[in-house]
Write a protein that binds this ligand. Structure first.
Ligand code: ASP
Ligand code: MG
Length: 441
């Protein structure tokens, strides 16, 4: 048995869904369970609808038209989604009447994307001669807490899913399961956080003991670097779970670290594949022993980083200084990425769109604060990196040759990651030169 998860772009329009049908057909002997995202753009459209409903009026007609068009293009019955679309209209009316959008209502709004998607993809498979049913993940037992918008999966879900799946889905039928959505103990719909369909795939894969979880997306797999920056970036055959988790933060089109978690625990390999080029082998993500790789595997970067220097007003960093410092960041919900400390000061980085003013003012009460914007983090990822003897020599040698100053370094926090901070204007040049150094031209 395998789980095949198709993302928003893979099910965005009729032509893509037909590709999906053929991809699933090709895997039939492996007993696929399909997990789907909403059609690309639909989740955002639903959020916008909910927000305009609070303001007084929301017009679901454009979204309805999109679905009507999709069904027509796929030659599926026009009323296939009638229940969902009626319910959506009623919910919008409710939100307008109350004039208030709770996180619970918003989760219910967002759920229509995946619910419609599962019905459409199942009907398309069925119409193409592959027996399929659309199923709501929560009907199969995916249960969460009531933290709407980013609910935590309750551990008993795994067993319930295994049990109900065996009872309700016959082996010759392909189940098309809604990604992203779940339900809490009170029966209200919840969601797992944006991009959460990958997570659903990992949960179902683990619960059902899948041999592999395939994540079908619109890239060939995980690359040695971002191909928009490095023209000769190459696809990686295979990488470890921890390498993939580190890269996820840099927006590399891999999977979210939380997603990987159930798969890691159950040691289920994940494969990232491209719906547009299904014959490509993709990248397999496996445990470190199986991956058996060492050295630099991928170079990622993230621009728009702000560097904050905080210097204690006392001569030395007193005990309790760090705690106070982090308490301020915590309270202002500022996410910190890299940290480096000296005897009297702490430097840390955060993403550029964070509003630092209020926090900086508070810190000013017991420290001197200096902010430098327009930085970029570079990150080299690979199993065993920390222990590679000449690694730092090669990195700094390369950057020195390019006259790129390094503003901050972090080695050792993770065994698979070495990161450094450079000026935003040096980002691409730094990535390219490091790529050339470690992967050749
Ligand atoms: N449709 C949801 C989102 O856009 C979940 C997903 O695509 O994975 O965030
Ligand atoms: Mg996604």
């Amino acid at each position: 048995m395998i789980v095949m998860k198709f993302g928003g772009t893979s099910v965005a329009e009729a032509a893509r869904i037909r590709d999906v049908v053929e991809i699933v057909r090709g895997r039939r002997s492996r007993q696929p369970v399909v997990v789907v995202s909403a059609q690309g753009g639909v989740t955002n459209a639903l959020i916008e609808l909910a927000e305009s409903a609070v303001r007084g009026s929301a017009d679901p007609a454009p979204l309805r038209e999109r679905f009507v068009g999709l069904l027509a293009d796929l030659q599926l019955p026009a009323d296939l989604l009638r229940d969902e679309i009626d319910e959506l209209a009623a919910l919008l009316q409710g939100i307008t009447l109350v004039g208030d959008l709770t996180t619970r209502s918003l989760d219910r709004m967002m759920s229509f994307g995946e619910r419609c998607s599962a019905r459409v993809v199942a009907a398309a498979l069925d119409a193409a001669g592959i027996s399929a049913i659309g199923v709501m993940s929560y009907d199969l037992g995916l249960l969460t807490d009531s933290h709407y918008g980013r609910a935590e999966v309750l551990p008993e879900s795994y067993e319930t899913i295994a049990q109900r799946f065996a009872e309700r889905v016959s082996p010759d039928v392909v189940a098309v399961v809604t990604g992203f959505v779940a339900r809490d103990e009170a029966g209200f719909i919840t969601t797992l956080g944006r991009g959460g369909s990958d997570f659903t795939a990992a949960i179902f894969g683990s619960a059902l003991g899948a041999h592999e979880i395939e994540i079908w997306t619109d890239v060939d797999g995980v690359m040695t670097s971002d191909p928009r920056i490095v023209a000769d970036a190459r696809r990686l055959e295979r990488m470890s779970f921890s390498e993939a988790a580190e890269l996820a933060y840099y927006g590399a089109k891999v999977i979210h670290p939380a997603t990987i978690h159930p798969a890691v625990r159950h040691d289920i390999p994940i494969r990232v594949l491209n719906t547009l080029r299904p014959d490509q082998p993709g990248t397999q993500i496996v445990n470190a022993e199986t991956a058996a790789t060492t050295g630099v595997r991928s170079i990622a970067s993230k621009a728009d980083i702000t560097l904050v220097h905080v210097t204690s007003l006392r001569m030395l960093l007193q005990h309790g200084f760090m705690a106070r410092l982090f308490e301020v960041f915590e309270r202002h919900r500022i996410v910190i990425d890299m940290i480096s400390t000296s005897e009297v000061s702490v430097s840390l980085t955060t993403e550029g769109d964070t509003d630092l003013a209020a926090a900086a003012e508070e810190l000013g009460g017991f420290a001197e604060v200096r902010v430098e914007s327009d930085k970029a983090i570079l990150c080299l990822v690979g199993e065993g990196l920390r222990d590679a003897p000449d690694l730092l020599d090669r990195i700094f040698g390369t950057l020195r040759t390019e006259s790129i100053p390094v503003r901050m370094v972090s080695v050792g926090a993770s065994r698979v990651n070495v990161s450094m901070l450079v000026d935003r204007t040096d980002e691409h040049r730094a990535v390219r030169s490091l790529h050339a150094e470690f992967f050749g031209a």
